[in-house]
Design a protein around this ligand. Sequence first.
Ligand SMILES: [Zn+2]
Length: 583
Amino acid sequence: MINSDKILFIPSIRHGNGTGHLRRCLEWSSELKKAHYYLPSEDKESAIDLKNHPLIKKTANLVRHDSEKELKQIDWKLIVLDNRTTYDVPSVLNKIPVIAIDETGPFRQRASYVLDILPSRKRKQANNHVFSFLNFPEKIRSIRPLKKILISFGGEDPGNLSQKILDSLDKKLLENYEWSVILPHRGNTEAIPNQVQCLHYVEDLKNQLHHYDLVITSYGLTALEALASQVFVLLFNPGSYHDQLSRNFRIPYCPRGFKKNKRQLNQYLNHAIGLLNEGGESSFKSLWSKMTIKHQSLLEWLEKMTISSESCPVCGSMDRKVIGRFEFKSYFICTNCSMKYMVQFMQKSDIYSKDYFFSEYKKQYGKTYLEDFPHIQKMGEERLDRIPIKAGKILDIGCAYGPFLLKAAERGFSAWGLEISEEAVSHIQENYPQINIHQGSFENLDIHHSVFSENQFDVITMWYVIEHFDDLKSLLPKLNSLLKEGGILALSTPHASGISGQFNLQNFLKNSPEDHFTLWDRKSAVKALKLHGFRSIRFHVTGHHPERFPLILKKILTYNMRKYMSILLGWGDTFEIYAKKGK
Ligand SMILES: [Zn+2]
């Protein structure tokens, strides 16, 4: 659960972006007791007079932070970035998870989570696209002939479009319709025909839109709100990007050539308004119905999130590239240590109950864990063969029902186990006195206040366990200190460079379990283990699956050829890592 007092909103107030970003953030945060905003005072590019802007003045819950120094004082849990084009967030916010909304800049790559809300050109790699987070007006225009027209290009109107349209109105247009214009903040609209009603700021504009029959604006929030009020919309966009968006959404817009001069603009307006007058209702019906969606609260959605550690679990760096985005998780590759890792956004469920070893295991492998026991024991023997140390004290972390430790004990090791599942621990206690079993998680284990101590073990093993930890920066040193000098750490884990990761990374990431935080390959394993005091790192690739080869290779190669190829190239989907403690 995210504490909403620790959410920081960063809306764009830059010249050219209008007030829409600020406006929608203010709506989202309106239910909060305190809504924290970063609105830097030295932003010279800002189009908004922050001190005097009515939106800010009337917002009682707004707590404004205007310097990086101030931002440092709160332990933020989440940033909601509604900044359109972002290159970077202030460095003091570097390790705070960021939800980037409709982001188009380079930060789209780095953001923890990308949420697209406005209907847009098909943008690549968003975690989620949720139109219903917009807060649409509830009041709807009653069906009547087109009469009242509103021109509104926001407080900023960078293209001076209000004036251009006013200039192009001829006698006929002025006489046949009732015109209103919302003046931009900079005020002086040069010459406004007498018949046009001039409005300065309109409080709660979206709930006033249903009083008009047509709104002339550019692509953005006001246009969508007008459609939601079942009002006609004509768009005059400042650039081709917004024309493209309008086209995708099928909202009529004024083509570029017509904006060149007064005469052409007048022609277009006469033509377009004429068309709306004739059969407008039927052509707008589908657009209007698109907007009748059930509103979802962004705040409630944010509060439900649980965000796993934000920086690289191995080295702590934030330098990274995104490699996959899904509704509840994002994957990055650390450009510092090469580890692929997940940042997760959903509640972690308690999955190591008895259910995990029985029904869940059966779902994955076709038999329950205990039915699979002899097979797992056989694998354990092979692993023991690969461990270069043959006697002494061995600790298996996440030992489950003890199949590996039983084999280790048979070979003369003093067998120690650590396991989180209480059922598994009592099973061992009742049946296998030769195992020295302890219940608990390795994360919470304090080696200075327990039966465990430094330099205690000759071998530590973790079979399919390491990927479950989201903080290896503290875990790997802890493993290191438990081992004797020259002791062996043996791991097995899914192989990110196996056949599945190699040929269909997106599918591999999508199917990677929600509790696997790191995805290992040889390169990242060497870096991670060397960084935390291990050397002589060896690999044994397992999990060869000739049936998972891409179709093209399946067509040319027989099953056995593919199997041979997989072994030769190390394309198995799992692998084992053996490393020695020492610099
Ligand atoms: Zn790293």
